[in-house]
Design a protein around this ligand. Structure first.
Ligand SMILES: [Ca+2]
Length: 450
């Protein structure tokens, strides 16, 4: 999210790639048809358009919480309808229920986390079987600024976390204070996914995005239910050598596996700062909002069940564009599905796919925003039917119904510093502002005029 102007100082020219596309591999039976399909977009356009007026007129944003301290997340726990958890960056998790934010903290890590602009308590996810096992996961930067992912268990009443239940799953050294990623979400495979930025500074000076020897600049996953000890190096088919040769992890505090720790697998790479990502609860599609450096903010999408490891290009490319060079070799890099330039924002806040009950006309719409300008948009992802067998480096699908919401939902321009999106147990959509406010997307009350 909050990359500073200083962090963006490195100049980069946005230039159309001069590199020709990679030569096609020898076709397998049926591959020609798939390749043809892969180059043919589905009906419709990916062009940005205002949300249809008839739809916009039925919706509104309603303020449901205020007075929070730098909130960065709202989420719900399985089996707890009517309750939301709010993460405050300084290290508190608070409960929202019955229209009020409870005074007592569900978890208090204040004093254990670092507090510069992009540091702190950054992520929270509940175990899919939380209703039975009361396990939850947090992602924070510790007092030294290094990344920690820790499992906790709630008390039997689920009113507070038991501090003594802490089990550290992953620790990664951070070379700089910014670009820490921080999100946590369980995937359709039951594994815990997290994103780490390139480590920080500007321009990825350590080359983390393109290095397979660091967890930085990656999307990772952990099998929190697996036996920790002995799983080092196990990896799995499709993992990018994470832990496999002991390469990754050797250079990271804690690294992959270790006593009581699950091995972390590299899933996707070439990311700069995947501050927020989300899975579509219906399709398993993965949406990653990757914060750009100087010119371009990107949304990457990987179809549910796609077994490949995608390289999204940083710091060879920034979105669809060469970074810091007129030409670059973008072969093997998977392009974003949507992007916008710094003429329209400065730091993307990846959102969620709407699968709620109240607004069925929004089913499948992925929302995202910009932290700096409160740009607010959505699109639907159409998976490329040919995108199954080939390697990383081709378009995974297409954006459709790409809508600009700001004029419709923020008529008085009150949205600012959008830090996150979230959903409640019904799948209804919330926007979180770092200024302390949480908004809910709702149906306008029926007009009862005379
Ligand atoms: Ca960092």
């Amino acid at each position: 999210m909050t990359a500073t102007a200083a962090a963006r100082a490195a100049p980069a020219k946005a230039t159309a790639p001069a590199t020709p596309p990679a030569p096609a591999p020898a076709p397998a039976p049926g591959a020609a048809a798939r390749a043809a399909a892969a180059t043919r977009p589905p009906p419709g356009s990916d062009a940005l358009a205002p949300v249809p007026a008839a739809l916009a007129a039925t919706l509104r944003l309603t303020k449901v919480m205020s007075g929070l301290r730098r909130p960065v997340l709202v989420t719900a726990a399985p089996g707890e309808p009517g309750r939301l958890y709010v993460v405050e960056q300084a290290g508190a998790i608070r409960v929202f229920e019955g229209g009020v934010v409870r005074k007592e903290r569900f978890l208090d890590l204040i004093g254990k986390v670092s507090t510069s602009n992009e540091q702190g308590l950054l992520g929270l996810a509940f175990h899919p079987r939380y209703a039975d096992n009361r396990k939850l996961y947090v992602h924070y930067t510790d007092r030294a600024g290094d990344t920690r992912i820790v499992e906790y268990r709630a008390n039997s009443a689920r009113t507070q976390v038991e501090p003594a239940s802490a089990r550290e799953l992953l620790a990664v050294d951070q070379p700089y204070a910014n670009h820490n990623g921080g999100h946590l979400a369980f995937g359709p495979d039951g594994k815990l996914y997290t994103g780490l930025g390139d480590g920080g500074s500007a321009g990825d000076p350590k080359g983390s995005g393109q290095s397979r020897r660091t967890f930085l600049g990656k999307l990772l996953r952990l099998d929190v239910d697996g036996v920790g000890a002995g799983s080092v190096g196990a990896g799995s088919a499709g993992s990018v050598g994470a832990g496999g040769k002991g390469g990754v992890g050797a250079g990271s505090a804690g690294g992959a596996g270790g006593k009581g720790r699950p091995a972390a697998e590299l899933v996707h790479w070439g990311l700069r700062n995947p501050w927020r990502f989300a899975f579509d609860s219906q399709t398993g599609d993965l949406f990653i909002g990757d914060v750009g450096q100087s010119r371009w903010e990107s949304v990457h999408v990987v179809g549910g069940g796609d077994p490949r490891s995608h390289n999204f290009g940083w710091n060879i490319a920034e979105g669809n564009h060469c970074y810091n060079a007129r030409t670059c070799d973008r072969r093997g890099l998977t392009p974003p599905i949507a992007e916008y330039s710094h003429d329209e924002g400065c730091s993307i806040t990846g959102g969620v796919v709407y699968r709620g009950k109240a607004l069925p006309e929004l089913a499948g719409a992925y929302f995202y925003a910009d932290y700096c300008t409160s740009l607010l948009r959505s699109f639907r992802f159409t998976r490329d039917p040919g995108d199954t067998a080939a390697g990383s480096g081709q378009r995974t699908g297409w954006a459709r119904d790409h809508w600009d919401w700001r004029a419709a939902l923020d008529r008085r321009a009150v949205l600012s510093q959008i830090s996150s999106f979230g959903t409640d147990s019904d799948g209804e959509l919330y926007l979180v502002s770092l200024t302390g406010t949480v908004w809910k997307l709702e149906r306008q009350p029926a007009q009862t005029g005379n």
